[in-house]
Design a protein around this ligand. Sequence first.
Ligand SMILES: CC(C)(COP(=O)(O)OP(=O)(O)OC[C@H]1O[C@@H](n2cnc3c(N)ncnc32)[C@H](O)[C@@H]1OP(=O)(O)O)[C@@H](O)C(=O)NCCC(=O)NCCS
Length: 128
Amino acid sequence: MPELMKAPSKEPSIRLVMLPKYTNPDGDIFGGVILSMIDEAAAVEAQRQARHRYVTVAMDSIQFHHPVQVGDIVSLWCQTVKIGSTSICIHVEVLANPRWSGSEKKVTEAVVTLVAIDQNRQPVPILA
Ligand SMILES: CC(C)(COP(=O)(O)OP(=O)(O)OC[C@H]1O[C@@H](n2cnc3c(N)ncnc32)[C@H](O)[C@@H]1OP(=O)(O)O)[C@@H](O)C(=O)NCCC(=O)NCCS
């Protein structure tokens, strides 16, 4: 781990309950909602590492392992994989805790790359 990279957080970047407004007509949570949460969680982690304005440049290795249901409490855990010159690469795991069973499992994961930008939307060094 590079000297200036902070150690992984002991808390999820985001935790929230899945509401009916997030579902498709069959009652499952939309994959796009999960991807949006992953994007937000990665942004939270990027800010934890270094304060900047960031844009997402890529989302890779997206895997939906299991469906997410209304009432599940989802937790998004982030680990910074790499801090480049102007980009930061973050692995995000989504864990879902079903409302009744209580057995949490990994439902989705992805790798998000964000770029720090200035007021002219030009990349700037993350760790100046
Ligand atoms: C992000 C953005 C500013 C990068 O501009 P750019 O001219 O391509 O910049 P560069 O080629 O210098 O790349 C900047 C960094 O991004 C990385 N990068 C660029 N494209 C990438 C990709 N597809 N995947 C991973 N990293 C990528 C580069 O490796 C570089 O990292 P480094 O500085 O740590 O080595 C520009 O592509 C952009 O504005 N994209 C739109 C972002 C956006 O609006 N996101 C929200 C979508 S709704």
